[in-house]
Design a protein. Structure first.
Length: 193
């Protein structure tokens, strides 16, 4: 029988398969590396695009924050101007109030009453005086109630004077009233509960 040596052929086939396997592995590794690089590049592009959008939004938010701060400053300035205008309007409306007060004090005092002191604290007046009788004080309170500029009169005290220095006016009294223009009083009464 003849002897055939198949070893070199098998050896060549094995080497060729090994070479094909290595080539296939290299191609698969190159394709995988290319795929990984493509996916990484895609996601890096997406991330950098989102970062650019985020930076744009941050810049716009900073601009809006500056505008909001400016608006708040303008609101504060506006409120200060409104407060100043209200004070000026209040002063303007109260400019003639003292003239009316003295006129009303003269008109409301009946005969038999003498006013000793008139004190003002804000819009509250305290009037102290002497009278011939408590009936004269009652008349004085009615006159104050009908006054256009003196509102809510309240009798604090009526008493016989301790000193007998003035026999014509033996009673001392004290009255509180609120000073306000008729328009202002109507507004306050309308807003009162």
């Amino acid at each position: 029988m003849r002897q055939i040596n198949l070893l070199p052929w098998r050896e060549e086939q094995r080497q060729e398969r090994q070479r094909n396997f290595l080539i296939t592995m290299a191609v698969v590794a190159a394709i995988a590396a290319g795929g990984v690089f493509a996916v990484k590049s895609y996601f890096d592009g997406q991330i950098s695009g989102q970062n650019a959008r985020n930076n744009y939004l941050r810049a716009e938010i900073a601009k809006l924050d500056q505008q909001i701060a400016r608006i708040e400053q303008l609101d504060e300035t506006r409120q200060r101007l409104i407060d100043r205008k209200d004070v000026i309007e209040d002063l303007q409306s109260n400019r003639t109030l003292m003239v009316h007060l003295f006129e009303q004090l003269v008109r409301t005092v009946p005969e038999g009453i003498r006013l000793l002191t008139v004190q003002q604290a804000g819009d509250l007046l305290t009037i102290d005086g002497t009278a011939q009788s408590s009936a004269r004080v009652s008349t004085y309170l009615r006159n104050l109630e009908s006054s256009a500029f003196l509102h809510d009169p309240t009798l604090r005290i009526v008493e016989a004077a301790a000193e007998e220095t003035d026999r014509e006016l033996p009673y001392r009294f004290s009255v509180r009233a609120r000073l306000a223009s008729p328009e202002r009083n109507d507004t306050e009464e309308a807003t009162a509960p």
